[in-house]
Ligand binder design. Sequence first.
Ligand SMILES: Nc1nc2c(ncn2[C@@H]2O[C@H](COP(=O)(O)OP(=O)(O)O)[C@@H](O)[C@H]2O)c(=O)[nH]1
Ligand SMILES: [Mg+2]
Length: 176
Amino acid sequence: MTTDNIKLVLAGPVGAGKSTALASIADTAPVSTEMPLLEGGYGEKTTTTVAMDFATINLDGEPPLFVYGLPGQDHFSFMRSIILEGALGVILLLNAADANIAEECTYWLDALRKTHPETPIVIGITHADCTMSFSLGQIRAVLHERGEMLPTLTIDARNRQQMHQLVRALLSEIID
Ligand SMILES: Nc1nc2c(ncn2[C@@H]2O[C@H](COP(=O)(O)OP(=O)(O)O)[C@@H](O)[C@H]2O)c(=O)[nH]1
Ligand SMILES: [Mg+2]
């Protein structure tokens, strides 16, 4: 496989940390389409991604990676297939502080697998520092049930090094 033009996609629900993750790893100023949330806020969040986020990243002097963030809201789900077109891998970010994290995991894997049954996916669990009630076992159970073996790491989307680790985990799945 050539490593030219590697397109990766960040997926996951509103508030998981997709836009933050992209800003953390970006080596070019991220392009973002943040707009005020229509119906009040979501926790402390008052804006959301309506079309996509985009940035390029450079790892270890390799050719740049092109990373696109999907909008999390259902309302903009029509954008997902457009952005996923040609993606070589997907990072699914899930929020550990969301009591429905297992359902979110199922929802997003269903949505991704419907159009991309074979595309490598890695899962990043954010906000683990915000909750005592999350355990990785919740995600492992979902994956086990589906028969999917997806690398799953706990990361902070604000942390560049941890995000690089997640991208590297995805690249090794792609190049496998
Ligand atoms: N405490 C904590 N905050 C995080 C973490 N990851 C992301 N955030 C914050 O979560 C908020 C929502 O992130 P955002 O990137 O807008 O989510 P998006 O809707 O998926 O794009 C931001 O305020 C981030 O700084 C994490 O691991 N821990
Ligand atoms: Mg966003």
